[in-house]
Design a protein around this ligand. Sequence first.
Ligand code: ADP
Length: 526
Amino acid sequence: MSIASAIFRSREPEGGAYHIAFGATALALAATVFYVDTYTDIEGAIAVLYAITVLLAAQAITRVGLITLSCLCGFLSLVSYALTHAGETDLQAMLRLVVALAALVITTMLLVKTETARLALLSINAALRESEGRYRSIFDRTRVALWERDYSKLHAVLMGLKQQGIVDVRAHARAHPGFTERCIDLITVVASNEAGKELLGCDASATGTLKQSITTASDKFLDMLQAIMDNRRVFEDKVLIRTHGGDDKLVLLSISFPEEPLAFHRVIVSMVDITQRELALKALGEAQAELTKASKAAAVGVMSASLAHELNQPLGAIVVNAQTLLRWLDRDPPDLAAARRCAERMVRDSQRASDIIHNTRSLLARRDGSTETFDLDAFIEDTLALLEHELDRSGTKVRIEREHTPPVRAVKIELQQVLINLLTNAIQAMDEAGIENRAIIVRTESQDAGTIRLTIRDTGPGIAEAIRDKLFSPFFTTKATGMGIGLSICRATLEARGGSLTGDNHPQGGAVFSILMPVHPEVERA
Ligand code: ADP
């Protein structure tokens, strides 16, 4: 900082010339006062005039400059006194000197105080200008459509009505046709930003009344009036507005009302165009409804396909047993004991078919099948007994490898369907491939403390690499008469109970399917 800038105020655009003029005048005045005080016989407090020098210079100099000038003037007063009254004691002259110095000090102090206040005011002004500038730039540049509107007249009218005891704006508007239009006329637009002009499609001025853009068909405007009457601070709603081009747009309108009635002349209104979003939401809603319908139809389709698939096995067994029974009866004499065994098997298979239908029905009705705790070994034996005929017919040997496992808790019929599916698939795979040594190894083991693993391995051709990824996809089949839903249903059934099903090739050949089941399933989803 230079000495000049410490002493002189910066004052554009006059700059240096202004300072020089004031500085020179002040110095000339000081010199004149010094001359008159020192070299003329005028008796009086001439030195008091130094105060005028300081007052004059105050227009152009800083606080530092003021104090410097004041000290200089005081020094000149003392020099004058010393020159004119050397060696004598003139009480009057001394009093004049004291008065002059006091006047100088008081003037300087007052000027410094004024200058300090002026500087404080200037900095407040600068801060205000900056804040106004910030507000302006936010207002102008934001992509949200903004308006500055004058609601003061409308506010006054509504408060007047309130004083008359009117509290329901809607009822008042119904009783007074034209009230809404009059209220719209009372609002004026003071300013609008670019986004606002774009939204309404209007020209650069974008000021005036709102008559064109407010649609009186809806009650939203009356809701806004009610908000003002109720002294609410914010009004927000979806509102239909009409652009200057005559198009209707759906916007999210937000108005912040001030607390002070006097501030209603400057209310900020914002709008966000949600027309496209609402259209997209509507389309999404319709698409979702369609999808729900389609997936319901698909669910029914899959369910009936599953029913047909699951019933195929017990019904087939019933037919075979019925034919065998007839043969036992046709014998002479009929073998009643054998016929009875066949009839019992038919009863058992019919019961299974009935259970399958019951279970499917409860699934459709979204009721949980009842879980029970049972021993896996006995369960496997029972299930194999159901497939006795198929196993015999195909010449498939079954080996059970069991580890001691804790009882499982599951929906028995569901797990039985899964096991029958996997066993039937194994029989069919070995049948189709014409395998000579047909064997199925059913193995139970504890995977860990809470999980049991049940594996069904066969000596068939295994799963071709090309179809491994699709194995569990619904309706994927390599069989001429297959439906391709067995594995997908088995997996879905197990997963719904917190279990899992995977399929792979065994290192020694053949396919192996692994069921993992929680011992006490925590997740039991129907
Ligand atoms: P589907 O038996 O009606 O074909 P699945 O979903 O039960 O339907 O089986 C899908 C496909 O998985 C079968 O078509 C078959 O190609 C293959 N697959 C299933 N089990 C075996 C298995 N044990 N060995 C070889 N391939 C199998």
